[in-house]
Design a protein around this ligand. Structure first.
Ligand SMILES: NC(=O)c1ccc[n+]([C@@H]2O[C@H](COP(=O)([O-])OP(=O)(O)OC[C@H]3O[C@@H](n4cnc5c(N)ncnc54)[C@H](OP(=O)(O)O)[C@@H]3O)[C@@H](O)[C@H]2O)c1
Length: 230
Protein backbone atom coordinates (compact mmCIF):
# COMPACT_ATOMS: atom_id res chain seq x y z
CA UNK A 1 0.00 0.00 0.00
CA UNK A 2 1.25 3.50 -0.90
CA UNK A 3 1.33 6.20 1.78
CA UNK A 4 0.68 9.81 0.75
CA UNK A 5 1.09 12.76 3.13
CA UNK A 6 -0.68 15.99 2.14
CA UNK A 7 -0.40 19.11 4.29
CA UNK A 8 -3.24 21.64 4.34
CA UNK A 9 -5.72 18.99 3.20
CA UNK A 10 -8.64 20.44 5.15
CA UNK A 11 -9.77 22.69 2.30
CA UNK A 12 -8.86 24.32 -1.02
CA UNK A 13 -6.07 22.92 -3.15
CA UNK A 14 -4.99 20.36 -0.53
CA UNK A 15 -8.47 18.88 -0.27
CA UNK A 16 -8.77 18.75 -4.07
CA UNK A 17 -5.43 16.90 -4.27
CA UNK A 18 -6.55 14.42 -1.61
CA UNK A 19 -9.77 13.77 -3.54
CA UNK A 20 -7.86 13.31 -6.79
CA UNK A 21 -5.26 10.94 -5.35
CA UNK A 22 -7.63 8.75 -3.31
CA UNK A 23 -7.24 5.18 -4.55
CA UNK A 24 -7.82 1.65 -3.31
CA UNK A 25 -4.09 1.03 -2.84
CA UNK A 26 -3.39 4.34 -1.07
CA UNK A 27 -3.32 5.36 2.57
CA UNK A 28 -3.86 9.11 2.88
CA UNK A 29 -2.22 10.95 5.75
CA UNK A 30 -4.13 14.21 5.73
CA UNK A 31 -2.89 17.19 7.67
CA UNK A 32 -4.88 20.26 8.65
CA UNK A 33 -5.66 22.49 11.60
CA UNK A 34 -9.43 22.88 11.42
CA UNK A 35 -10.81 19.53 12.64
CA UNK A 36 -14.28 20.11 11.19
CA UNK A 37 -12.97 20.92 7.71
CA UNK A 38 -10.49 18.06 7.86
CA UNK A 39 -13.29 15.66 8.79
CA UNK A 40 -15.17 16.81 5.68
CA UNK A 41 -12.17 15.93 3.51
CA UNK A 42 -11.95 12.60 5.28
CA UNK A 43 -15.63 11.87 4.60
CA UNK A 44 -15.15 12.66 0.93
CA UNK A 45 -12.04 10.48 0.38
CA UNK A 46 -12.61 7.60 2.83
CA UNK A 47 -14.84 5.52 0.51
CA UNK A 48 -12.21 5.70 -2.24
CA UNK A 49 -8.96 4.85 -0.46
CA UNK A 50 -7.47 2.13 1.70
CA UNK A 51 -7.14 4.15 4.89
CA UNK A 52 -7.19 7.74 6.12
CA UNK A 53 -5.11 9.11 9.00
CA UNK A 54 -5.81 12.65 10.18
CA UNK A 55 -2.94 14.76 11.49
CA UNK A 56 -4.14 17.91 13.25
CA UNK A 57 -1.34 20.38 13.90
CA UNK A 58 -0.85 24.14 13.80
CA UNK A 59 2.31 24.45 11.73
CA UNK A 60 2.96 27.94 13.09
CA UNK A 61 3.80 26.32 16.44
CA UNK A 62 7.40 25.10 16.86
CA UNK A 63 6.47 21.70 18.35
CA UNK A 64 3.97 20.89 15.56
CA UNK A 65 6.44 19.42 13.10
CA UNK A 66 8.02 16.89 15.44
CA UNK A 67 4.54 15.90 16.64
CA UNK A 68 3.29 15.49 13.06
CA UNK A 69 6.35 13.42 12.11
CA UNK A 70 5.89 11.17 15.14
CA UNK A 71 2.19 10.66 14.37
CA UNK A 72 2.87 9.87 10.71
CA UNK A 73 4.70 6.74 11.88
CA UNK A 74 7.94 5.03 10.92
CA UNK A 75 6.79 3.48 7.63
CA UNK A 76 8.22 5.38 4.64
CA UNK A 77 5.91 7.59 2.61
CA UNK A 78 5.71 7.51 -1.18
CA UNK A 79 4.50 11.07 -1.65
CA UNK A 80 4.85 14.29 0.31
CA UNK A 81 2.71 17.22 -0.80
CA UNK A 82 3.87 20.46 0.80
CA UNK A 83 0.68 22.42 0.33
CA UNK A 84 -0.32 24.17 3.59
CA UNK A 85 0.16 27.91 3.25
CA UNK A 86 -0.87 31.32 4.55
CA UNK A 87 -1.02 34.65 2.77
CA UNK A 88 -0.54 37.88 4.68
CA UNK A 89 -1.23 40.64 2.17
CA UNK A 90 -0.47 44.21 3.21
CA UNK A 91 2.25 46.84 2.75
CA UNK A 92 5.56 45.44 3.99
CA UNK A 93 5.82 48.24 6.56
CA UNK A 94 2.66 46.97 8.28
CA UNK A 95 3.49 43.27 8.60
CA UNK A 96 3.68 42.35 12.27
CA UNK A 97 6.25 40.06 13.82
CA UNK A 98 3.56 37.50 14.53
CA UNK A 99 2.36 37.54 10.92
CA UNK A 100 5.94 37.19 9.73
CA UNK A 101 6.63 34.28 12.07
CA UNK A 102 3.43 32.52 10.98
CA UNK A 103 4.38 32.97 7.33
CA UNK A 104 7.84 31.58 7.91
CA UNK A 105 6.57 28.70 10.06
CA UNK A 106 3.86 27.47 7.71
CA UNK A 107 5.27 28.41 4.29
CA UNK A 108 9.02 27.80 4.81
CA UNK A 109 9.91 25.84 7.96
CA UNK A 110 7.22 23.20 7.47
CA UNK A 111 8.21 22.19 3.91
CA UNK A 112 11.89 22.31 4.90
CA UNK A 113 11.51 20.09 7.98
CA UNK A 114 9.03 17.67 6.41
CA UNK A 115 11.14 17.21 3.29
CA UNK A 116 14.27 16.84 5.40
CA UNK A 117 12.64 14.12 7.49
CA UNK A 118 10.65 12.16 4.91
CA UNK A 119 12.65 12.38 1.66
CA UNK A 120 15.70 10.40 2.91
CA UNK A 121 13.34 7.55 3.88
CA UNK A 122 11.39 7.46 0.61
CA UNK A 123 11.76 4.50 -1.76
CA UNK A 124 12.87 5.10 -5.38
CA UNK A 125 9.93 6.24 -7.51
CA UNK A 126 8.57 8.49 -4.76
CA UNK A 127 7.78 12.18 -5.21
CA UNK A 128 7.81 15.47 -3.34
CA UNK A 129 5.25 17.97 -4.62
CA UNK A 130 5.57 21.61 -3.60
CA UNK A 131 2.58 23.87 -4.11
CA UNK A 132 4.38 27.13 -4.76
CA UNK A 133 2.75 30.01 -6.67
CA UNK A 134 3.40 32.40 -9.50
CA UNK A 135 4.53 34.52 -6.52
CA UNK A 136 7.55 32.20 -6.24
CA UNK A 137 8.97 33.87 -9.35
CA UNK A 138 7.45 37.36 -9.47
CA UNK A 139 7.02 40.04 -6.82
CA UNK A 140 3.64 41.73 -6.38
CA UNK A 141 2.92 44.88 -4.36
CA UNK A 142 1.70 44.06 -0.82
CA UNK A 143 2.64 40.38 -1.19
CA UNK A 144 6.22 40.77 0.11
CA UNK A 145 6.09 38.23 2.96
CA UNK A 146 4.23 35.70 0.84
CA UNK A 147 6.56 36.17 -2.15
CA UNK A 148 9.61 35.93 0.09
CA UNK A 149 8.37 32.64 1.54
CA UNK A 150 7.58 31.16 -1.86
CA UNK A 151 10.90 32.33 -3.37
CA UNK A 152 12.61 30.63 -0.41
CA UNK A 153 10.96 27.28 -1.08
CA UNK A 154 11.72 27.68 -4.79
CA UNK A 155 15.44 27.88 -3.99
CA UNK A 156 15.24 25.04 -1.47
CA UNK A 157 13.38 22.72 -3.79
CA UNK A 158 15.61 23.40 -6.80
CA UNK A 159 18.60 22.30 -4.71
CA UNK A 160 16.85 19.33 -3.12
CA UNK A 161 15.70 18.16 -6.56
CA UNK A 162 19.33 17.74 -7.58
CA UNK A 163 20.24 15.99 -4.30
CA UNK A 164 17.40 13.48 -4.73
CA UNK A 165 17.82 12.82 -8.44
CA UNK A 166 20.24 9.89 -8.00
CA UNK A 167 17.83 8.24 -5.59
CA UNK A 168 15.07 8.40 -8.25
CA UNK A 169 12.90 10.73 -6.21
CA UNK A 170 11.09 13.42 -8.18
CA UNK A 171 10.58 16.99 -6.96
CA UNK A 172 7.58 18.50 -8.70
CA UNK A 173 6.95 22.22 -8.28
CA UNK A 174 3.53 23.66 -9.02
CA UNK A 175 2.98 27.36 -9.67
CA UNK A 176 -0.73 28.20 -9.64
CA UNK A 177 -1.99 31.68 -10.39
CA UNK A 178 -5.02 32.91 -8.43
CA UNK A 179 -7.10 29.88 -7.46
CA UNK A 180 -10.62 30.09 -6.07
CA UNK A 181 -10.16 28.97 -2.45
CA UNK A 182 -10.77 30.30 1.06
CA UNK A 183 -7.30 31.86 1.10
CA UNK A 184 -8.86 34.91 -0.58
CA UNK A 185 -11.53 35.35 2.10
CA UNK A 186 -9.15 37.27 4.36
CA UNK A 187 -7.32 39.25 1.69
CA UNK A 188 -8.48 42.83 1.41
CA UNK A 189 -9.69 43.97 -2.00
CA UNK A 190 -12.10 42.96 -4.71
CA UNK A 191 -10.83 39.70 -6.17
CA UNK A 192 -12.93 38.32 -9.06
CA UNK A 193 -13.44 34.66 -8.19
CA UNK A 194 -14.85 33.98 -11.65
CA UNK A 195 -11.47 34.77 -13.20
CA UNK A 196 -9.61 32.33 -10.97
CA UNK A 197 -8.73 28.74 -11.77
CA UNK A 198 -10.30 25.99 -9.69
CA UNK A 199 -8.47 23.93 -7.05
CA UNK A 200 -9.56 20.83 -8.98
CA UNK A 201 -7.52 22.03 -12.00
CA UNK A 202 -4.42 22.31 -9.81
CA UNK A 203 -5.11 18.85 -8.41
CA UNK A 204 -5.50 17.41 -11.91
CA UNK A 205 -2.11 18.80 -12.89
CA UNK A 206 -0.53 17.22 -9.79
CA UNK A 207 -2.18 13.88 -10.55
CA UNK A 208 -0.99 14.03 -14.16
CA UNK A 209 2.62 14.72 -13.11
CA UNK A 210 2.49 11.83 -10.63
CA UNK A 211 1.03 9.50 -13.24
CA UNK A 212 4.08 9.80 -15.50
CA UNK A 213 6.46 6.82 -15.57
CA UNK A 214 8.82 7.02 -12.60
CA UNK A 215 11.82 7.72 -14.85
CA UNK A 216 10.05 10.82 -16.24
CA UNK A 217 9.73 13.99 -14.21
CA UNK A 218 7.39 16.87 -14.96
CA UNK A 219 9.36 19.26 -12.81
CA UNK A 220 7.62 22.64 -13.05
CA UNK A 221 3.95 23.25 -13.74
CA UNK A 222 2.55 26.76 -14.11
CA UNK A 223 -1.23 27.08 -14.22
CA UNK A 224 -3.17 30.25 -14.89
CA UNK A 225 -6.47 31.41 -16.21
CA UNK A 226 -6.54 32.33 -19.88
CA UNK A 227 -7.89 35.76 -18.86
CA UNK A 228 -4.45 36.49 -17.37
CA UNK A 229 -3.16 37.13 -13.88
CA UNK A 230 -5.28 39.26 -11.55
N1 LIG B 1 -5.50 30.08 -3.79
C1 LIG B 1 -4.57 30.64 -4.54
O1 LIG B 1 -4.82 31.61 -5.26
C2 LIG B 1 -3.18 30.06 -4.56
C3 LIG B 1 -2.36 30.36 -5.66
C4 LIG B 1 -1.07 29.86 -5.67
C5 LIG B 1 -0.62 29.07 -4.65
N2 LIG B 1 -1.44 28.79 -3.60
C6 LIG B 1 -0.90 27.96 -2.53
O2 LIG B 1 -1.68 26.81 -2.41
C7 LIG B 1 -1.58 26.29 -1.08
C8 LIG B 1 -2.97 25.98 -0.56
O3 LIG B 1 -3.70 27.19 -0.49
P1 LIG B 1 -5.28 27.29 -0.73
O4 LIG B 1 -5.49 28.31 -1.76
O5 LIG B 1 -5.86 25.96 -0.89
O6 LIG B 1 -5.69 27.98 0.65
P2 LIG B 1 -6.76 27.59 1.77
O7 LIG B 1 -8.04 27.15 1.16
O8 LIG B 1 -6.77 28.75 2.69
O9 LIG B 1 -6.07 26.33 2.49
C9 LIG B 1 -4.87 26.52 3.19
C10 LIG B 1 -4.53 25.23 3.89
O10 LIG B 1 -3.33 25.46 4.67
C11 LIG B 1 -3.61 25.12 6.02
N3 LIG B 1 -2.95 26.01 6.97
C12 LIG B 1 -2.91 27.36 6.96
N4 LIG B 1 -2.30 27.81 8.07
C13 LIG B 1 -1.96 26.72 8.80
C14 LIG B 1 -1.31 26.53 10.04
N5 LIG B 1 -0.91 27.55 10.80
N6 LIG B 1 -1.12 25.26 10.46
C15 LIG B 1 -1.56 24.22 9.74
N7 LIG B 1 -2.17 24.33 8.55
C16 LIG B 1 -2.38 25.58 8.09
C17 LIG B 1 -5.10 25.29 6.18
O11 LIG B 1 -5.50 24.51 7.28
P3 LIG B 1 -6.81 24.87 8.16
O12 LIG B 1 -7.79 25.49 7.23
O13 LIG B 1 -7.23 23.55 8.68
O14 LIG B 1 -6.35 25.84 9.20
C18 LIG B 1 -5.62 24.80 4.85
O15 LIG B 1 -5.73 23.40 4.85
C19 LIG B 1 -0.83 27.36 -0.27
O16 LIG B 1 0.51 26.99 -0.14
C20 LIG B 1 -0.95 28.59 -1.14
O17 LIG B 1 0.12 29.48 -0.94
C21 LIG B 1 -2.71 29.26 -3.54
Amino acid sequence: MKRYLITGASRGIGRAIAEKLAADDAMLLLHGRDTVALAQTCKSVEPHCAKVVLLVHDLAKPSALSDLIAEAGKEPIDLLVNNAGVAVVKPFTEITTIEWEQTVGVNITAPFMLTQHFAPRMPPGSSVVNILSIAARTGFPNWSAYCMSKFAVEGFSQSVREELRDRKIRVINVYPAATDTNIWDHIEGDWPRGKMISPEEVASAVAYALSRPTDVTLENITLSSLVGNL
